[in-house]
Design a protein around this ligand. Structure first.
Ligand code: IPE
Ligand code: IPE
Ligand code: MG
Length: 247
């Protein structure tokens, strides 16, 4: 039986978040430039997006570029930024045909005007689609996001619009870039790295974590289904006991 056939439709993760890692190593293993790995990574993004959409997953968040990735060699940063923003622009049609809504989270002020306008266009033109929400984390990091939220909350408190005693988990979440997006149920990281790398640290508090050695450009629908099947075999306890959960 394929992994796809093993999926229990009624218990799909609502939100899957992915750290798409291993593009550089994929290319290196073939004696190619790192960039070839990134462009092959785009092919995997399409496959996984279409698979998530047809399975009925509600949110798919893809970590495309971290705050720390700005420290890579300028040539790679420039190529990656172009690749990401052009790909998103070209994807608008396909997204719309499949009822996919594109959202982008991250410090977009650091992008070029052209990249920013491509992204705004993609968000605007897919706004009405109510199928899969494809959330691209771009120039994103969790610490950046949390600091931003803290600053905005402090400003409100300073001008007297908010009393510090009102600050709770819900209010804080509303100041994050993921306000209105449910926390990920499942987080996948490819390429055999076992770390979070500044990704959704607040939101991943109770997510199930899945790691695979597969390099991102090789990740496809069956790999996604394998991760979902693994997720469905787990028991999410949220601090309670197993006996409490089976009641
Ligand atoms: C992931 O692949 C893509 C980005 C971080 C943008 P990498 O470029 O990190 O690939 P490796 O980890 O060097 O193989
Ligand atoms: C994490 O991958 C960021 C993205 C996938 C966009 P990295 O390759 O940058 O992570 P580290 O440096 O190995 O932690
Ligand atoms: Mg990497």
């Amino acid at each position: 039986m394929t992994y796809k056939e093993q999926i229990i439709k009624e218990r799909l993760p609502r939100h899957i978040a992915v750290i798409m890692d291993g593009n550089g190593r994929w290319a290196k293993a073939r004696g190619q430039e790192r960039f070839m790995g990134h462009s092959q990574g785009v092919v995997a993004v399409d496959k996984v997006t279409m698979a998530a959409s047809s399975l009925g997953v509600e949110y798919l968040t893809l970590y495309a570029f971290s705050t720390e990735n700005w420290n890579r060699p300028k040539a790679e940063v420039d190529l990656l930024m172009d690749l990401i923003s052009e790909t998103i622009k070209k994807y608008i049609d396909k997204a719309s045909k499949n009822n996919v809504r594109i959202l982008v989270i991250g410090d977009l002020a650091r992008l070029t005007d052209k990249a920013r306008s491509n992204l705004s266009e993609a968000m605007r033109l897919t706004e009405q689609n109510d199928g899969l929400k494809l959330v691209i984390a771009l120039s994103y990091s969790s610490r950046w996001e949390i600091i931003n939220a803290v600053k905005a909350i402090a400003e409100k408190a300073k001008v007297g619009e908010l009393d510090p005693s009102q600050i709770d988990e819900q209010l804080f979440s509303n100041y994050l870039t993921t306000a209105n997006i449910p926390d990920p149920d499942l987080m996948i990281r490819t390429s055999g790295e076992y770390r979070i790398s500044n990704f959704l640290m607040w939101q991943l508090s109770y997510s199930e974590l899945y790691f695979t050695d597969t390099l991102w450009p090789d990740f496809d629908e069956e790999e996604l289904c394998k991760a979902i099947v693994d997720y469905q075999r787990r028991e999410r306890r949220f601090g309670k006991t197993s006996e409490q959960m089976s009641k």
